[in-house]
Design a protein around this ligand. Structure first.
Ligand SMILES: *Cc1c(COP(=O)(O)O)cnc(C)c1O
Length: 429
């Protein structure tokens, strides 16, 4: 008899913490991780045969849901044709042409294998172009696990950062400045003190890794203006928002043109693909056109390239982004109605097909330090109550939920009812 506990016990003997990426261990919600066997459309099936309506969707890549038939066909065709050549091939060319013809600020694109790599490489380009070493990031944005991005605010003013992970050297952490989101004064102080040293500012234009923290357009425009004044590059990290929030991402929605943009998640339709892109003059600094070295044995892997292109062209053909928006709106409205009578009120934040549920706050949350005390404990109970009712949310109070094209209205209404019941159960106890 297969069960989660014995699989987890075996995992703990072979992998640190039993997992290959920390959130999967359920430390944020307690209890044993659930081992999944298979998935289809909006649903996950675990090793014991239980099914769940899935709002994690592999943390975002599956904009069409699990095992979309067209993405499946493209991946199978790639397997049949050979899954890696280490040579030039037409598949990455087709995806690069699609991206450069649909995203105006992406004149040149380079494929890598993860969002982390895309960010690392884009920042290397920014340093090369500007001849400067420092990078400004925001507290409450996640940019993958490259050393320089694993920092938190230090005690100093004007953005001094310290390492937030063991194994990151003080020297590397020193090259990053960190400022709060939604705080134009703090941003000004950092640029006033260090503007001439800043190679780039990097931001998630829709921060979605510490909950969903929508930013005021004015704040992002102010960031853009400070970058331009200082001669620093503006890097939009659209690893989570790219090709999910519309075809041109948050940059398109905001009308802000970043110098460089990073992609991941949706771009590979669930295969390990990342990309960085930008103006030709900047991207042509990358080897072999220029002297910024960056390479990858499995970069532009044909399976990911063909699956990614299939997903993006399908989204385009079916009006997928509008569909997602409408479905997610109806889902969040139904959920909002369902949780309206709670003693301990909840807030549902949504942007496009990304949503986040948290304990009620009067004002829209734009910074992680304003998340209400007790939210994590509330979420842990809510998460397990949802599991009991057949709904799988990402297993952390900081992770956002994703609606896919495979979540039809009936599924979404059933999920909203189940989540509302879960919230009521937690509220009553
Ligand atoms: C997921 C994510 C990353 C890291 O991507 P990986 O593929 O996990 O390395 C970077 N930036 C943002 C905004 C992300 O959401």
């Amino acid at each position: 008899m297969i069960d989660h506990a014995s699989l987890y016990a075996r995992s703990l003997r072979v992998a640190p913490g039993g997992v290959h990426s920390p959130v999967r261990a359920f430390h944020g919600v307690g209890g044993l991780p659930i081992f999944m066997q298979s998935a289809s459309g909006a649903r996950l099936t675990d090793v014991t045969g239980r099914t769940f309506i899935d709002f994690c969707q592999s943390f975002g890549p599956l904009v069409l849901g699990h095992r979309d038939p067209d993405v499946h066909a493209a991946a199978v065709q790639a397997l049949n044709d050979g899954w890696t050549f280490g040579c030039c091939e037409p598949y990455s060319l087709a995806l690069a042409e699609w991206i450069t013809s649909n995203v105006p600020w992406a004149e040149r694109v380079r494929f890598v294998s993860s969002g982390t790599e895309a960010v690392m490489s884009a920042l290397r380009v920014a340093r090369a172009v500007t001849g400067r070493s420092r990078v400004l990031k925001f507290d409450g944005c996640y940019h993958g696990h490259a050393d320089g991005m694993l920092v938190k605010a230090g005690s100093g003013l004007a953005g001094q950062a310290i390492a937030s992970s063991a194994g990151v050297s003080g020297a590397v952490a020193d090259e990053t400045l960190i400022v709060p989101l939604d705080d134009a004064d703090a941003l000004d102080r950092a640029f006033d003190a260090h503007g001439a040293e800043i190679a780039a500012a990097i931001v998630e234009p829709l921060p979605a890794n510490y909950g969903l923290l929508p930013q005021r357009a004015d704040f992002l425009r102010h960031l853009e203006a400070r970058c331009r004044q200082a001669g620093a590059l503006l890097v939009f990290d659209e690893v989570i928002s790219g090709f999910r929030i519309g075809k041109t991402g948050m940059a398109g929605q905001l009308g802000i043109r970043p110098d460089l943009v990073t992609f991941g998640k949706v771009i590979g339709a669930g295969f390990p693909v990342g990309a960085y892109a930008g103006r030709q003059a900047l991207m042509d600094r990358v080897a072999p056109a220029g002297n910024v070295y960056q390479a990858g044995t499995l970069s532009a892997n044909p399976v990911g390239m063909r699956a990614g292109l299939a997903a993006l062209t399908k989204m385009d053909a079916i009006g997928g982004w509008r569909l997602l928006d409408e479905r997610a709106e109806r889902f969040c409205a139904a959920l909002g109605d369902g949780v309206a009578g709670l003693r301990q009120r909840l807030t549902i934040v949504r942007h496009g097909s990304i949503f986040w549920i948290h304990r009620h706050t009067r004002d829209t949350l734009r910074r992680p330090d304003l998340i209400p005390a007790g939210n994590r404990e509330w979420f842990a109970r809510f998460f397990h109550a949802a599991i009991e009712r057949g709904v799988y949310l990402p297993p952390s109070s900081y992770e956002v939920g994703f609606v896919s094209v495979a979540h039809d209205d009936a599924t979404l209404l059933a999920a909203a009812a189940a989540l509302a019941a879960a919230a009521h159960e937690v509220d009553a106890s």
